[in-house]
Design a protein around this ligand. Sequence first.
Ligand code: ASP
Length: 347
Amino acid sequence: MPFARVCILYTGGTIGMQKSAAGYAPAAGFLGQQMAALSEFRNPALPAYDIHEFDPLLDSSNMTPADWLKIARCLEAEYAQYDGFIVIHGTDTMTYTASALAFLLDGLHKPVILTGSQIPLCEVRNDAVENLITALLIAGNYPIPEVCLYFGGRLLRGCRAVKSNASGLSAFDSPNYPHLGSAGIDLAMNWHAISPPAEQAPPLRVENTSLPLVGVLKLFPGMTAAMAKAFLQPPLQGAVLEAYGVGTAPDHDLELVRAFQQASQRGVVLVAVTQCRQGTVSLGSYVTGSQLERAGVVGGADMTSEAALSKLFYLFGKGCTPEQVRAELPRNLRGELTPAWPGWMKR
Ligand code: ASP
């Protein structure tokens, strides 16, 4: 793609922040000015790019599902004009947005790469230049039909990524899926792990029209039924249950089990993922897991919590009923989960 054009959507994050008395904060126009001043960003080896700056720029801790949809719509609007896309984003909730975009962008066949940095571009020692330059080279040269996250030398599938380090420069990983590529002396793509290109280039569609209310509930020793009930109140439509190990939860507290069951019966879709960094949920493996299944909880296989949350958001947001959401959750829609091997871990 010698004349590739890349669209950069700049949503905020540390990469373009400025120091203030209260700490780093986003500043309108600041990132573009700094990039214009650095010769690296004018190197002819880079694809041509345009920067679309969001208003307001956000520290990503302020991102909401409405912002996921705003980014998806913006990508949809610019899709035909460009060969690849970069979403510059804060690192704190980058994996949530990456997962959400993977679902929201139906029919995607061009690269969408989220990146950012742990140290702002304005600091003399930073990881911003490398992350941005490499993301630009990948977006402009490799026909990867996926939402990816590039950071610290690693190219990851967006809906498999987790933020694994709050202060290190290799801040992201995908513990349940191979890296899609790596940036060492050369850029090396792991084509076996990358989705194959679509046979025909379908149009990109963002079908979501509403903002369903979905959430995450992490189990912990001592959680009471009252706490769970308070969380599962209407208008909540779906929740990710971060369960223990292969998907277990206490069965001695019958009130707690009933809280999950009553929520399911009211149409709240509950999907169990594991609190462990790696591995998969198998609700039938233990009595303490199969009771969740009987209470209506769906097993989320090896999805990250972020992927499960945004999958609930996507499915409800495009109008699925609770029954349809329950049926779709265990299906592999965007490479976000490894389908269960029949009989896995059954004893
Ligand atoms: N708080 C920042 C953000 O998520 C952190 C970062 O970008 O690294 O926007």
